[in-house]
Design a protein around this ligand. Structure first.
Ligand code: ADP
Ligand code: MG
Length: 272
C-alpha cells in the first residue's frame, strides 16, 4: 500500500538560523493511527503545520498522496488532509454548528445529496444533533472540539491531524473521540495525533513518533515504545498507568485494561 504521507529529511525553523525541526523522515500509511509525543516546545504543533501546508519546510520534502506538497496549494492539501487545531476557536468561522460542519463538504464538488449524507453522519457520530442551530462559540470547549472534529470527518480526508484533541474531555467524550478514531481507522483513513496523554496514546495509537531536541528520536510500534523505558525517557513522557500495572504484575506490555485482563485470565486458566 502506498503511503498517504512521506517526509524526507525535513528541516524547519521560524528563524532559519534556529531550526525547530531537523532531519525528520517518516511515512504514514492508510489505516494507521500515529501519535506524536515529546515535551512542551519539542515541535509537535510545528510538525502538524508542516503536514497541512500552513508552514513549508526550509529544506527536505513533504509528499502527500504521491505529490510533492511544494507543488500543492493549501486548499489542494486540504482535500487530502483535515486538521483539528489545538484551539478550535481558531478554525471555527461560521455562525451555526450546522453551517460550520457543512462548509467543508460544500467545497467538495459532490452532489447535495452526498454532502447531506456526510453531514448527517458526522453530526450523529459527534453527538451534536441538539445544537445544530447554536453558534459554535456559545458551546463549551469540549463541544466546540467536536464541532471541529465533525467538520473534518464530514470531508472524509485521507489523513486527519488532531492537535491535543483529547485534552480536557470528560470520560464520556474521550470515549466518543476514541470511537471516532477507531471508525476512521477501519474506514482506511490515517490519523496523526499530537498527544500529551499517554493513556490515550496507549489506548488508540498504533505507532509513536517521539520528538526530542528537534529530531525524531523514536519511531516505534506503540507496544515497543512503552516497553522501552529508554525510549520514553528520551522523549520525556510518562508510562501510561496500564503499562505500569502490567509491569508491576510481571506481565508483557498491555495497552488497555481488556488486554491485561485477557492475559491474566489466560494465565489463571493455565494454572488451574
Ligand atoms: N509562530 C511561532 N513563531 C516563532 N516560534 C514559534 C512559533 N510557534 C512555535 N514556536 C517555537 O517553536 C518551538 C516548537 O513549538 P511547538 O511546535 O508549538 O511545540 P509543541 O507543540 O511540541 O509544544 C518552540 O520553541 C516554540 O517556542
Ligand atoms: Mg503544541
Amino acid at each position: 500500500m502506498s503511503p498517504i504521507l512521506t517526509l524526507d529529511a525535513v528541516q524547519f525553523g521560524y528563524d532559519p538560523a534556529k531550526p525547530v525541526l531537523q532531519d525528520i523522515s517518516f511515512q504514514v500509511h492508510p489505516g494507521e493511527v500515529v501519535a506524536v509525543v515529546g515535551r512542551n516546545g519539542a515541535g509537535k504543533s510545528t510538525m502538524l503545520r508542516l503536514l497541512n501546508g500552513l508552514l513549508r519546510p526550509g529544506s527536505g520534502r513533504v509528499t502527500i498522496a504521491g505529490k510533492d506538497a511544494a507543488d500543492l496549494k493549501v486548499s489542494e492539501i486540504a482535500a487530502h488532509i483535515g486538521t483539528v487545531f489545538q484551539a478550535p476557536e481558531q478554525q471555527i468561522f461560521n455562525a451555526t454548528v450546522r453551517s460550520e460542519i457543512a462548509f467543508g463538504p460544500a467545497q467538495s464538488g459532490l452532489s447535495a445529496e452526498v454532502q447531506q449524507c456526510r453531514i448527517d453522519a458526522a453530526v450523529q457520530r459527534t453527538d451534536l444533533g441538539e445544537v445544530l442551530d447554536t453558534h459554535p462559540l456559545d458551546l463549551d470547549a469540549a463541544m466546540r472540539r467536536f464541532v471541529a472534529v465533525a467538520s473534518v470527518i464530514a470531508c472524509q480526508p485521507d489523513l486527519m491531524l488532531f492537535d491535543e484533541a483529547q485534552r480536557g474531555l470528560d470520560a464520556t467524550r474521550r470515549a466518543l473521540l476514541g470511537r471516532i478514531i477507531a471508525e476512521e481507522k477501519s474506514a482506511g483513513r490515517a490519523i496523526v495525533l499530537v498527544c500529551h496523554d499517554m493513556d490515550f496514546v496507549a489506548a488508540h495509537a498504533d505507532r509513536v513518533l517521539g520528538l526530542a531536541e528537534g529530531r525524531l528520536a523514536v519511531d516505534a510500534p506503540v507496544r515497543d515504545f512503552f516497553a522501552d523505558a529508554e525510549a520514553t525517557r528520551a522523549v520525556s513522557v510518562e508510562q501510561p498507568g496500564i503499562v505500569e500495572l502490567a509491569q508491576a504484575l510481571g506481565q508483557p506490555v498491555a495497552v488497555n485494561a481488556a488486554e491485561l485482563v485477557a492475559t491474566l485470565a489466560k494465565k489463571l486458566k493455565g494454572g488451574a
